[in-house]
Every structure is written in structure tokens, then in C-alpha cells.
Write a protein that binds this ligand. Structure first.
Ligand code: DAH
Length: 342
């Protein structure tokens, strides 16, 4: 009986070493060990030579051996099946699973189009801080403390130091530029701005603007008009109509707001143009002499124009987005609609 058990253990060692990587080899393994004339059957046949008192114990050994061989067989078979799946059954010509790619945010697309258009006219890009001080946001732009125009631009103040605030417009970048550069200056300043507004479809506590500033000798209102007219045509096409309305901004004199013909209703009247057929897209004007003098720029020698536009508004007209909140809700169903380059 002991000799038999040893023999079985030796078989186990041998069987463990078996490899079979083809269908034929696995079948050969089955026949050799598990077939009707296989090793397992012949080892089972040894039972009759075992004395009665050892039969129970030997039965256990045989059972273990059977399980061992079967398990080895199953392992070889499933390894083969896996290999099959990975090679023979796999159609390598199938297209791969697409990796979802993100899309540009509509505001980024529009901002980039604005930048590209003004770059053609030689405007460089300038940026300034979103947390600004009172001077750059208001004072330097000819909005002294207690100026009533400040009421239109309430914002968020830094508790630690209330002379710091979240800038209400990108006009503050004009101040930053004039303090570090000498004319000629020709920049556009894209950026995020903040206002203390209750959030709704038409107002938000943050939005985006692009500011423009051009200072040189002999810059006139005609240059302002021509520059903005070029921009509008590049952005909205040749058919769009433009009009300038006299307006007031403390940092420009004279000042004008620019409207374009409503692209949503094409002049028939709708909610966006409040049934006038015109939509305001920006504020502009000739840089106020006080602003130039605040930065030591001789207002007798130099003149300049400036403008500021809301990116969301341009985007609304371009893409028909009717709710400001959509821009910051991060809903992919909204965002993935804007893959096209303008
Ligand atoms: N800063 C103004 C606003 O946020 C927009 C503006 C108007 C900018 C006239 C200018 C300008 O540069 O000349 O409402």
C-alpha cells in the first residue's frame, strides 16, 4: 500500500509538469490520463490488490488523485480557451472602442475667435489679476469713490482688506497696461469678471469680457468704428448691420455703445432684442484724458480708443444660448454641442 501511494505521488509530480498548448495536446492529455485505458483507470484497478483494512484509506488517496488529474485537465483546457479568445476568435480589423474626447467650451471658442480677429489687426494679448485693488478697478479708470457709476458695478470684497475686490470689468487691465507700457499700446484683454448679482438666466455673479485698448498719436473715433466694424463682420458675417448709440462711461469721452442687428429674429423682434431688432454687444469710446494723465501719458500728444465686450453675449448670438447658467453648470449634454470651430 505504501509503495502504491508513493507511485501515485510520483505520477502527480510528472502530471504537474505536463504542458499542452494546442487542442490536440490537451486531448492527448485527456486520453493519456482520463481516458478508458488511461492512467487513472489503471491506478483505480490497484484497489483490488489492497488489503481490506487499508481500502478505505486508499480510496481516499485515489479520490484525491482523480481530483488532481481532473483539475490539471481543466486548467489546461481553460488556458487554451482564453488563448483562443485572444487570438483566433478576435477580429483585428474591427474598429477600436472610441476614446471619448472632450470638446472646447463655447466661451473658449468664442474668446479665441475674438482674439484671432484682433490679432489680425496687430492687437497683443494682455492679462491682469482677477483680485484687484480699488485703484485699478475704479479710481484709475476715472471712477472716484462715491461716483454714482460705481453703483452699477457692485462686487465682492476681500474681508481681510476691503480695498481688494473681485474686478468688475476687464477695464482694470487697461490700468495695469498703461502703468507698465508706453504708447503705442494696442492690446486686447480677455478675462473673467465678477458682479454682485442674483443669478438668473440673464445675470450671473461672474462672466467674461474682452477689453480692447489702442493708444497712439492721431487715433480717432473713425479708427474705433472701423476696427469694431471689422470685428463684427469677421464674427457674424458680412450681412450684419451695426449702429453706435451715444452713451456714458467715466473712462471714455465721447462714449458709445455698439448694437448689431439681431441675428436671432433678423429684425422681426424677439426676446433677445427686446423687440427692437438690435442687440447691444459692447461699450466703447475715446480714452478719457484723465485716464491717460493718471498714468503720465500726455493727452495732448496721444489719443486712444477702448472697448469692452461680454463674451457670453456674443456667444448667445452666435450659438443661440438663452440661459447664462448653462455656461457654468458643466452639463455635458450642453457642452458637447460645441465641437465645431467657428
Ligand atoms: N467696462 C465696461 C463695462 O463693464 C465696458 C466698457 C465700456 C469698456 C466702454 C471700455 C469702454 O473699454 O471704453 O460695462
Amino acid at each position: 500500500m505504501e509503495a502504491l501511494v508513493e507511485k501515485i505521488n510520483n505520477y502527480k509530480v510528472e502530471i504537474e509538469k505536463e504542458v499542452a498548448t494546442t487542442v490536440d495536446a490537451v486531448e492527448a492529455f485527456r486520453i493519456k490520463y482520463l481516458g478508458t485505458k488511461g492512467l487513472l483507470k489503471s491506478v483505480m484497478g490497484e484497489m483490488k490488490n489492497v488489503p481490506n483494512e487499508n481500502k478505505k484509506e486508499f480510496g481516499q488517496v485515489l479520490n484525491d488523485f482523480k481530483l488532481f488529474v481532473e483539475e490539471k485537465y481543466n486548467t489546461l483546457k481553460s488556458a487554451l480557451e482564453e488563448q483562443d479568445d485572444a487570438t483566433d476568435n478576435f477580429d483585428w480589423s474591427l474598429p477600436g472602442d472610441p476614446i471619448p474626447v472632450g470638446s472646447r467650451h463655447p466661451l473658449s471658442l468664442v474668446r479665441e475667435k475674438i482674439i484671432a480677429t484682433f490679432s489680425q489687426l496687430g492687437f497683443a494679448i494682455a492679462e491682469g489679476p482677477e483680485i484687484e485693488d480699488d485703484w485699478h478697478n475704479f479710481g484709475a479708470m476715472n471712477l472716484p469713490e462715491d461716483h454714482p457709476a460705481r453703483d452699477m458695478q457692485d462686487t465682492f470684497y476681500v474681508q481681510q482688506n476691503p480695498t481688494w475686490l473681485l474686478r468688475t470689468h476687464t477695464s482694470s487691465v487697461q490700468a495695469r497696461i498703461m502703468e507698465t507700457q508706453k504708447p503705442p499700446i494696442r492690446v486686447i484683454c480677455p478675462g473673467r469678471v465678477y458682479r454682485n448679482e442674483t443669478i438668473s438666466a440673464r445675470a450671473h455673479c461672474f462672466f467674461h469680457q474682452v477689453e480692447g485698448l489702442y493708444i497712439d498719436e492721431n487715433v480717432s473715433f473713425a479708427d474705433l468704428k472701423q476696427t469694431l466694424y471689422f470685428f463684427v463682420q469677421e464674427m457674424f458675417g458680412k450681412d450684419v448691420k451695426v449702429r453706435f448709440r451715444p452713451s456714458y462711461f467715466p473712462f471714455t469721452e465721447p462714449s458709445a455703445e455698439m448694437d448689431i442687428s439681431c441675428l436671432i429674429c433678423e429684425g422681426d423682434g424677439c426676446n433677445v432684442c427686446k423687440h427692437t431688432g438690435w442687440v447691444e454687444i459692447l461699450g466703447s469710446g475715446m480714452v478719457h484724458p484723465n485716464v491717460l494723465e493718471n498714468f503720465g501719458i500726455d493727452s495732448n500728444k496721444y489719443t486712444g480708443f477702448a472697448f469692452g465686450m461680454g463674451v457670453e453675449r456674443i456667444c448667445q448670438l452666435k450659438y443661440r444660448v438663452n440661459d447664462l447658467r448653462l455656461y457654468s453648470q458643466n452639463d455635458v449634454r450642453f457642452l458637447k454641442q460645441f465641437t465645431s470651430v467657428l
